[in-house]
Design a protein around this ligand. Structure first.
Ligand SMILES: *Cc1c(COP(=O)(O)O)cnc(C)c1O
Length: 368
């Protein structure tokens, strides 16, 4: 592993492969695998990740928005791409790039059928999403008949899959609720399949459901966070490897006398003689102000260095009083040992938020 000379987000493709194989090992051999690569593949690099996974046996990709799918197509990704949350304004571009929309209400269904017909499409693949309890996106169970009637009057589209999303698959205290979602999904899909007369792919599992609910795997699973190394529990985190390591370096070291302050608003005032290190990473890079003032910490030569004072736009200052280090030394903000999970917990948030927050200003370095 090269020593960092500036702030860099290292992406370990071997770890990605390990996570993919671990998740696959939880599935029946016939279950398809959809890799969720929305939000720059959870803050890493969507093109690198999708290109790598395309060569493993991934069946499908998903992104949130149309422009994310277009970027993958332009980079040469040829596997099917599901757009989880498309907007009608992008439907023409979506079709032009062979992206496949999630259809979650009748307004979107009507508008997509109109545009697909105008574009002279037939059997264009769509994915019908049902709400089974998350109450975020999706048709309700009682809308099956009206969807089928709409589909029967046009051959512009064909239902490639029917899907839903679990609200609390990581929380075993909510098992009864989750089992009820699975049951509702079964009822919907039986009714839908019988009426439509062919068998779409069925899917409702995210990473935690892959790990916790084999009965919800159906024909395909949709994994995001697990690929990137987090399993939403200490037990599962042990089996997975974080793929991203945010590294930086020590730009400058200061000696802080008793009574001196550090940073904007003099938010930190020292009651002792200290040494601080200034690091070239700040809230514009994704380390939010909530990590400041003694909450978050980084590691330097294996030792813990607390962030002191306010997080600046381009810098943070950390306490290195008891750490043997010098200007130019490498700093780990989060990675394989001090993980994004433990780092994010210091500010009461979750791995998903910190890894997707690392801004595009931070250089990505791909390790193969
Ligand atoms: C983001 C997302 C996923 C992936 O969830 P993970 O918990 O990251 O595995 C799956 N399905 C939908 C609909 C999503 O929005």
């Amino acid at each position: 592993m090269p020593k960092a000379q500036e702030t860099v987000l290292e992406i370990d493709l071997k770890a990605l492969k390990h996570n993919f194989e671990y998740l696959k090992s939880k599935l029946q051999p016939s279950t398809k695998f959809l890799a969720v690569v929305k939000a720059f593949a959870y803050g890493s690099d969507a093109i690198e990740i999708a290109s790598y996974l395309q060569n493993l046996s991934v069946d499908y990709f998903a992104v949130a928005y149309t422009n994310e799918g277009i970027a993958l197509r332009e980079a040469g990704i040829t596997k099917p791409i599901l757009v989880l949350h498309p907007q009608t304004v992008n439907f023409k571009a979506l079709i032009a790039n062979c992206l496949e929309p999630s259809i979650y209400n009748s307004k979107i269904l009507n508008e997509f059928v109109t545009i697909a017909s105008a574009e002279k499409q037939s059997d264009y693949p769509i994915h019908v999403k049902f709400n089974t309890g998350l109450n975020r996106l999706g048709f309700s169970e009682n809308e099956v008949d009206s969807i089928i009637s709409k589909l029967k009057v046009s051959n512009a589209v064909k239902v490639k899959s029917i899907f839903s999303h679990l609200a609390a698959s990581e929380d075993l205290d909510e098992k009864a609720f989750t089992l009820n979602q699975i049951e509702t999904f079964k009822n919907i899909t039986e009714n839908f399949t019988r009426q439509v007369g062919y068998k779409p792919i069925l899917h409702m599992s995210n990473t935690s459901s892959v790990l916790n609910y084999p009965e919800a795997h159906f024909d395909m699973v949709r994994c995001g966070i697990g690929l990137y190394g987090f399993g939403n529990s200490d037990k599962e985190n042990k089996h997975l490897k974080p793929i991203a390591t945010l590294k930086t370096i020590i730009s400058q070291i200061h000696t802080i006398e008793q009574g001196d302050s550090v940073g904007y608003n003099r938010a930190f005032k020292s009651d002792a003689l200290l040494r601080t290190a200034t690091l070239p990473v700040g809230h514009a890079d994704g380390i939010g102000r909530q990590y400041g003032n003694g909450k978050g910490f980084v590691t330097i030569n294996g030792a813990k260095a607390q962030i002191i004072g306010n997080v600046c736009m381009d810098m943070i200052m950390v306490d290195i009083t008891n750490i043997d280090c010098k200007e130019g030394d490498e700093v780990i903000v989060f990675g394989k040992n001090h993980t994004a999970n433990t780092f994010s917990a210091t500010a009461n948030t979750i791995s998903y938020e910190i890894i997707t927050a690392i801004s595009q200003r931070v250089k990505r370095l791909i390790l193969n």
